[in-house]
Write a protein that binds this ligand. Sequence first.
Ligand code: GLN
Length: 228
Amino acid sequence: STTSTSADGGTLRMGTNATFPPYEFVGDDGNVQGIDVDIAAAIADKLGMKLEVTDMEFDSLIPALQSDTIDVALAGMTVTPDRQENVDFSDSYAKGVQVIIVKDGSDIASPDDLEGKNIGVQTGTTGDIYCTGDYGQEHVKQFNNGPLAVAALVNDQIDCVVIDQEPAKNYVAANSGLKILDTAYADEDYAIAIKKGNTELLDKVNGALKELQDDGTVQSIVDKYITT
Ligand code: GLN
């Protein structure tokens, strides 16, 4: 867990899963960094709070909000109706895209070819939820994080990985012989999750986020990590 400069307004406890570059990853200095950390730090700064970042499994983030272990989850988390029953979401701060990673030479050329294939996903993510719904649990292999799913693809234990586009680009760059299919699986919105009913914090976060969007801070944070 890493802590930024202190302030008077208390601590904003952020949970994330730091296997999701460039949104969150463990930097060379051992600290969790990335787009989500910078956005949370900017929000904390606006609120006069100190930011504390805790790295955990993606699937643990919503329970951690519910048990008050963390105040906000920033983890490239997609807004979904099911999650909205368990947590509140801020306004969206980024677009997400679910893509398909295959090995070079794969017979999977588009989402239409996934029927009957063994699909790797990160447990509890939208890739997991969509693929389980579309193809059945027996065709979906869950991993605790993206790099583990990609390693299984490299080792021919699965036929493809369905995962978010920006981390996918990082994983493909880090492993030879992989590619991302041109046709995406789904488009989605990322937002900050907050304990259900904590409207005081939700309103503060949305207020800060709007200022940071309006003055270009959010875009400049994204541009710092994503060069297209
Ligand atoms: N966007 C995906 C989701 O919300 C994956 C997020 C992640 O793995 N950090 O389910």
